[in-house]
Structures are given as structure tokens and as C-alpha cells.
Design a protein around this ligand. Structure first.
Ligand code: UGY
Ligand code: MN
Length: 246
């Protein structure tokens, strides 16, 4: 193992960069034959949880969601997901959203399969049904241009309906793409880079980031990013949405 006293990870009051070099595993009840890295969590001041699960070929994730809904996305490999009476093999770029109070089982993974998860305590909305189980996949052809900039495309992975209080999107920055403005907003983000490299500005600090890195942005953490290098820069991100600002 290469030893180093250096890391690109930083953890601040309203944002964090978590690079894989500092991962330490957690044991999660019901999730066996795997390593789990809890990347973002309420312990750092966040209101979401983001984990990365790396499965051996004997890996199994069995449980029932409680207060938090969980979104599972296949970053690498493949796994069988049995949720809500349906069983599907999920491959890279495919995902399943599991609402609260729902049993699930992931099994028969390819060795080395990686699943990214986003968890959020569900806030019901009067007059709107709690969402059901939702399967889907990454599809660039379903990613409209963002803010009239041909270099930017966002695919929304979950239905944009009031029953959902979280969004998960894939944001692709083509070569030379950058956020059109510095965003300052109430919504919180958790994200992981799936491809490429970028420079991210968070609360007036500037960070080089790349595939495998994760970022937490608290509400009102100022944010801006630009793609870097010779390939598109792509991240999958969480955002809380559709609820009354208290
Ligand atoms: O949806 C968003 O707020 C998104 N544009 N923010 C981001 O990518 N940092
Ligand atoms: Mn944003």
C-alpha cells in the first residue's frame, strides 16, 4: 500500500470534498460481503447521507427502509435487485429508488460492483401520495440542454413530481462547459464525479476534482464549476426539492 500524508479531501462547515484516498470502512447491519464508505452524513452537518458500497461476489444487502428513502445507483459492475415484488439485474448506469417502509434485497453481484446511495428522511406532503419503487437508467438522449448552454446537459433520474422530496440528476459538462453563474441556494447537494475532471469553487475556495471524488454542499454554500481536460466532466448529484421552506 502506498503511504502518504497528503490528501485532497477537505471538510469544512458548509462543504466537503471527500477523495477515495481517505476512505475507512463502516459495518452496516444487513449489508454483508461488502465494504461501505459513508461519505456524507448528518455527523458533518448534512441532512442527507451518501455512501459508496463495494461488493465482493458474496455481497448481499438486505433490509427495509425506515424513515429514509434510499436511491441506489450502479457505478461499476452489476447486481440483482429485488424490490417491491420485482427482480431486475442492474448494470452500470442503472438505478432503483426505494421509498420509505419498503423491503429490498441486492444479491449475486459481480465481484467489485460499486453502488452509490443517497438517503434522505422522507417528508410527506398532504394531498400527494408517497412515491413508489422506481427503476431507471442513465440515458444521455434524455438529458436536455441546461440554461441554453449546449455544453451543459442534465438528466433528471426521478420524476419531477411533488410527492418526491429529493431529486437525483446527472450533470454532464462538455469540453469547455462551466456553470453559467455562481449558484447560491437553499437546497443541499451531495455528489460524486462519474467521469472526467473539473475545478469546483465552493464558498470561495477552489478545488481540482476528478472521477471518484465526492462533494457535499450545505444550503447556501456558493458553488461554481468548470470542466477540465480532454473529456467531459460528469457527476451524479442529490438535491432536496418540493417542500415548503420552514
Ligand atoms: O441543480 C443544481 O442546483 C445544480 N445546477 N447545482 C450544481 O450542479 N452545483
Ligand atoms: Mn446547485
Amino acid at each position: 500500500m502506498e503511504m502518504s500524508a497528503l490528501t485532497r479531501s477537505v471538510v469544512k462547515r458548509n462543504h466537503a470534498i471527500i477523495a477515495p484516498d481517505g476512505y475507512i470502512n463502516s459495518n452496516v447491519p444487513g449489508w454483508t460481503g461488502c465494504t461501505v464508505n459513508v461519505i456524507i452524513n448528518e455527523q458533518m452537518g448534512a441532512r442527507l447521507c451518501q455512501t459508496l458500497i463495494t461488493l465482493t461476489d458474496a455481497g448481499r444487502l438486505v433490509g427495509e427502509t425506515q424513515a429514509s428513502q434510499i436511491f441506489f445507483y450502479v457505478v461499476q459492475g452489476q447486481v440483482q435487485a429485488a424490490v417491491g415484488g420485482e427482480t431486475r439485474t442492474l448494470k452500470v448506469g442503472q438505478y432503483v429508488y426505494i421509498p420509505v417502509g419498503q423491503g429490498y434485497e441486492f444479491s449475486q453481484p459481480e465481484a467489485g460492483t460499486q453502488l452509490l446511495t443517497f438517503h434522505k428522511v422522507y417528508e410527506p406532503l398532504a394531498g400527494h401520495a408517497t412515491p413508489g419503487v422506481f427503476f431507471g437508467e442513465r440515458d444521455y438522449s434524455k438529458a436536455p440542454v441546461y440554461m441554453n448552454d449546449e455544453a451543459l446537459r442534465i438528466q433528471e433520474l426521478l420524476p419531477n413530481e411533488p410527492g418526491f422530496d429529493m431529486a437525483v440528476n446527472i450533470f454532464t459538462y462538455g469540453l469547455g462547459g462551466n456553470l453559467p453563474m455562481v449558484e447560491t441556494h437553499i437546497m443541499e447537494h451531495g455528489l460524486m464525479y462519474l467521469e472526467g475532471q473539473a475545478i469546483y469553487m465552493l464558498d470561495q475556495c477552489w478545488y481540482p476534482v476528478k472521477k471518484g471524488d465526492s462533494i457535499w454542499m450545505a444550503p447556501y454554500c456558493q458553488q461554481w464549476a468548470t470542466a477540465m481536460g480532454q473529456e467531459p466532466s460528469v457527476y451524479i448529484y442529490y438535491k432536496n426539492v418540493n417542500r415548503f421552506p420552514t
